[in-house]
Design a binder for this molecule. Structure first.
Ligand SMILES: *Cc1c(COP(=O)(O)O)cnc(C)c1O
Length: 231
């Protein structure tokens, strides 16, 4: 059973924290898109969140996302946020509105081909490994500019911004410099055909700091749905 009152309470708290962070940043709270991360969350709870006004949902596993899709409202925007394997691209492109996790030129080539086959543009964010962590996917900071110049020539790919999974540090203040670095990079990109519209950074433990540093898309799982069962 979905605990709707808990969900509502969590959402109210998140919205208030987002509002405060936006005000601190000097932007309107409406400019911040909340992506509710629904990995391990059953379709029933996703529907409850939708009824509370959430329209953007993120999944990080293809199989899990596809298993729920038939039980979700038709008017939602789906975000793919996990590492995407080339052989899954054909399943992801028709279902997801935005792929946050474009993490290699090779993957971009596969997505481009899939877009071409379907005669449409696929919306992506370039994933940046801002903390230079061995355990994380994404382009290194110094690779981003060249990668974007290359991707600008891919006709069926539409780059709409940058995404990062920042280093996990218990004190979100310690993550602030990483967010600041990515925002600076985001702002510095001036490449024809590349739109720097979305900066996807900030998760449950650090989203306020992310917004204060310029994020306009945050990805929240546990803050909204509670602790996941560890898989
Ligand atoms: C799980 C996940 C999130 C959400 O994490 P929480 O800490 O539960 O908010 C955000 N982004 C990515 C890429 C994730 O895998």
């Amino acid at each position: 059973m979905t605990d709707v009152s808990m969900l509502k309470e969590n959402l109210n708290k998140i919205n208030e924290r987002l509002r405060r962070a936006a005000v601190k940043r000097g932007v309107s709270p409406e400019e911040i898109t909340l992506v509710a991360v629904t990995k391990t969350v059953p379709a029933e709870a996703i529907n409850a969140a939708h009824q509370l006004g959430i329209n953007n949902f993120g999944e990080n596993r293809v199989q899990e996302a596809l298993s729920k899709i038939d039980f979700l409202p038709g008017d939602i925007h789906l975000h793919f946020i996990g590492h995407l394997q080339s052989n899954k691209v054909r399943h992801v492109v028709p279902v997801f509105d935005l792929i946050h996790s474009l993490d290699s030129i090779k993957l971009a080539g596969v997505i481009q081909k899939e877009g071409e086959k379907r005669d449409r543009k696929v919306n992506v964010l370039l994933q940046v490994n801002i903390g230079d962590e061995k355990s994380k996917f994404g382009f290194k900071r110094e690779e981003v500019e060249d990668a974007l110049v290359e991707l600008a020539t891919y006709r069926n790919l539409k780059v709409l911004g940058l995404m990062t999974v920042a280093p996990f540090l218990p004190d979100p203040e310690e993550v602030r410099p990483y967010f600041r670095l990515l925002y600076q990079l985001f702002k510095s990109i001036k490449i024809p055909g590349i739109e720097m519209k979305y900066l996807s950074m900030g998760m449950s433990n650090d989203f306020e700091v992310a917004v204060e540093e310029g994020a306009n898309m945050v990805r929240l799982g546990t803050a909204l749905f509670g602790d996941r069962l560890k898989k």
